[in-house]
Ligand binder design. Structure first.
Ligand SMILES: Cc1cc2nc3c(=O)[nH]c(=O)nc-3n(C[C@H](O)[C@H](O)[C@H](O)COP(=O)(O)O)c2cc1C
Length: 149
């Protein structure tokens, strides 16, 4: 039987969302956007994001129960070297129900090491940790291979 994947992602400007939706099709996964109740839109939102990057926030209720899935794919833009507050908040709320997770970050230049380190602090068994800086078709094709192998 094939593995059941749940993709959860936060996205401010839809780059991470684009990758999440691509993978959702590739893996036949369920997919859920984590919505931050605070707005980070525009230039003011960007600056606010830098100051709040390492904090918790309030997120909207989620639909899928992570304990039902073999593996979670947690996707976030890199904010100040680690993942965004909405993802941190989701992980804290659900860590007891996550069996296994992989991490995928998108960023301008950063890798996923900061987010990976933070994720390890939640005692979740981490499968793969991957990152994408330039979202091109071939980088997406490669992504599925990297995730599964
Ligand atoms: C508050 C904030 C902080 C950021 N910090 C970093 C960073 O430390 N390193 C980096 O390479 N990109 C950084 N970025 C750029 C985003 O990670 C990048 O544009 C990401 O792909 C956006 O994804 P999204 O469209 O799904 O929100 C930051 C963006 C924001 C809004």
């Amino acid at each position: 039987m094939s593995k059941k994947y749940l993709i959860i992602y936060f996205s401010r400007t839809e780059r991470t969302k684009k990758v999440a939706e691509y993978l959702q099709n590739q893996l036949n996964a369920d997919c859920e956007e984590i919505v931050d109740k605070k707005s980070y839109k525009g230039v003011i939102g960007y600056i606010k994001g830098i100051f709040k990057a390492k904090s918790y926030t309030e997120i909207c209720a989620t639909r899928y129960n992570p304990s039902y899935y073999d593996e979670l794919i947690i996707m976030s833009p890199v904010w100040a070297g680690t993942f965004a507050p909405a993802i941190r908040t989701y992980i804290r709320k659900n860590s007891d129900n996550i069996k296994l997770a992989s991490l995928i970050t998108t960023a301008s230049t950063s890798n996923c090491n900061g987010a990976k380190k933070e994720m390890e602090s939640f005692n979740i068994i981490l499968n793969k940790a991957l990152y994408i800086n330039k979202i091109k078709e071939d980088s997406l094709l490669d992504l599925k291979e990297k995730l599964l192998n």
